[in-house]
Design a binder for this molecule. Structure first.
Ligand code: FAD
Ligand code: SF4
Length: 477
């Protein structure tokens, strides 16, 4: 049966006033009945435009049909055929530009809520697995024993190193381990997950979901070595000397950019990556942790992407009274996910659109006292196709703030390129690869943000899958 309702079944959410004071997840997830109702909005289009809009080609109409039938396990199996991290992608993918952006229901109303359905199905599956595991541990007989055990995969005796435990590295490691490779993941930070652990806040992506993905890989035999900065502790070339036959580099693009305006070195200016890492990875939001975090009354966050929204919404939750997003274009060009912008507005973030900082102002002790900005207007489209912001002469004004967080993008860290012999870069400054993720160095593969520059979780995951298939082909010869 098809339900021609023009709007999505609403997502239950924490009240904006309540949630702006806590770090718990904002969206609470569909119930089974809500998911079935939403799935019944699917028109079962023959050409499947939604699937073509998904970077990893999840067979969307098929899984949605299974949800409509109430067969959630079958729906999960279809999704997980192509997506390694559905609980994460269901939460953070920019669906409006991908699958949902192509959904035919969206032509005359709202698209089918594909992301919410993906989240529902994968959460349902995870809850069922957890129940089984618990039953296995408690059971006297061994009816459920298999759920508590390690996955038994016969080793093929070949060792692969993965550098970086973000979505690209985790996916590559998972796919290779499933094929019998002995995989070791080297991660620079003290916890695996990459941006999923240190960047995206708990209220958007609970960290137990990331930890569960890591645990799944451990059960599959993957070894994690944390606090290991490859290129410093050991180089990629030395990994080969240690017996690894192939190396995948998924080191991301976490080096923050600054504007190079006067006053950026004042006390109270920081990068969004540093701010978010202190709050998320180092648990700066929990009173029992003594992680130092900028705590200010009035905060300006410069930028309009997901990183800016996350920093602004964290700042509100850390107790700031006024939080401004300072973005140089208009709401039509803002790159963050639509849902995050909507949530940020609901939580009281003040959007200063068509404004651009020209200087950070400070007092005689070197502390921030304000952000001098100019107003902008939109001119002709630039190379990116977006209208170029042009300064309105004489429009300078000062935002009264005591902290400025820069979220204007990140660059690639060159460490691996600089320390791996003869490894070539691409024209964006990332690690150069062919379509199969192979670099110019034999046995070295790369993918995710380390190749493309800052992109998305699903693209990093897709690159990890491509690389795993190429490594298997390379070592299988
Ligand atoms: P990363 O996730 O960056 O992981 C790389 C890992 O490599 C890190 O753990 C790093 O510590 C490690 N590493 C780096 N150098 C070394 C080294 N030399 N040795 C060992 N380890 C090393 N995308 C979305 O799709 N939706 C969103 O809502 C979204 N929100 C975001 C919010 C924030 C705050 C940020 C920063 C990004 C966001 N993104 C979002 C982008 C997305 O998270 C990234 O595109 C994705 O994580 C890239 O995956 P990756 O595996 O290539 O790299
Ligand atoms: Fe269903 Fe939308 Fe995909 Fe059509 S485009 S099959 S309506 S989810």
């Amino acid at each position: 049966m098809i339900n021609l309702k023009k709007v999505k079944n609403p997502m239950p959410e924490q009240d904006p006033i309540v949630r702006a004071g806590n770090f718990e997840e904002v969206a609470e997830g569909y119930t089974a009945q809500m998911a079935i109702n939403e799935a019944m909005r699917c028109l079962k289009c023959r050409k499947k435009p939604c699937t073509k809009g998904c970077p990893v080609m999840v067979r969307i109409p098929e899984f949605v049909a299974k949800v409509a039938e109430g067969d959630f396990e079958a729906a999960y199996q279809i999704i997980s055929d192509t997506s390694a991290l559905p609980r994460i992608c269901g939460r953070v993918c920019p669906q409006e530009n991908q699958c949902e952006g192509f959904c035919v229901q969206g032509l005359h109303g709202e698209p089918v809520a594909i992301g919410r359905l993906e989240r529902f199905v994968s959460d349902w599956h995870a809850a069922r697995e957890e129940e089984m595991e618990k039953a296995a541990l408690e059971a006297e007989d061994d009816e459920f024993a298999e759920f508590a055990e390690e996955e038994v995969i016969e080793s093929n005796g070949r060792k692969v190193a993965v550098v970086g435990a973000g979505p690209a590295g985790l996916t590559c490691a998972g796919d290779l381990a499933a094929k019998g490779y002995e995989v070791t993941v080297f991660e620079a930070l003290h916890k695996p997950g990459g941006v999923l652990a240190y960047g995206i806040p708990e209220f958007r992506l609970p960290k137990d979901i990331v930890a569960a993905e890591v645990r799944k890989l451990e059960k599959r035999g993957v070894t994690f070595v944390n606090n290991a900065v490859i290129g410093r502790a050991e180089t990629v070339d030395e990994l080969f000397e240690d017996g690894f036959e192939a190396v995948f580099v998924g080191t991301g693009a976490g080096l923050p950019s600054f504007m190079n305006i006067p006053g950026e070195n004042l006390l109270g200016v920081c990068s969004a990556n540093e701010y978010l890492t202190r709050i998320n990875l180092m648990k700066g939001y929990l009173p029992e942790y003594d992680t130092p975090v900028q705590k200010a009354k009035n905060i300006a966050v410069v930028g309009g992407g997901n990183v800016a929204m996350d920093a602004a919404r964290c700042a509100k939750r850390m107790g700031a009274e006024n939080v401004y997003i300072v973005y140089r274009r208009s709401m039509d060009e803002i790159p963050a996910r639509a849902e995050e912008i909507h949530h940020a507005i609901e939580e009281g973030i003040d959007f200063q659109l068509l404004k651009n900082p020209v200087a950070v102002l400070g007092d005689e002790n070197g502390y921030v006292t304000g952000l001098e900005c100019v107003e902008m207007e939109l001119g002709e489209p630039d190379a990116s196709g977006r209208r170029r912001p042009v300064v309105k002469e004489g429009s300078n004004f000062v935002l009264d703030v005591d902290c400025v967080i820069m979220a204007i993008g990140t660059k690639l860290n060159k460490l691996i390129l600089e320390t791996t012999e003869n490894l070539e870069a691409n024209d964006r400054g990332g690690i150069g690869t062919d379509a199969g993720a192979a670099t110019n160095r034999e046995g070295v593969f790369a993918g995710g943000d380390a190749v493309t520059g800052a992109a998305t979780v699903i693209l990093a995951m897709g690159a990890g899958k491509t690389a795993a298939a190429s490594i298997d082909e390379y070592l299988g010869e």
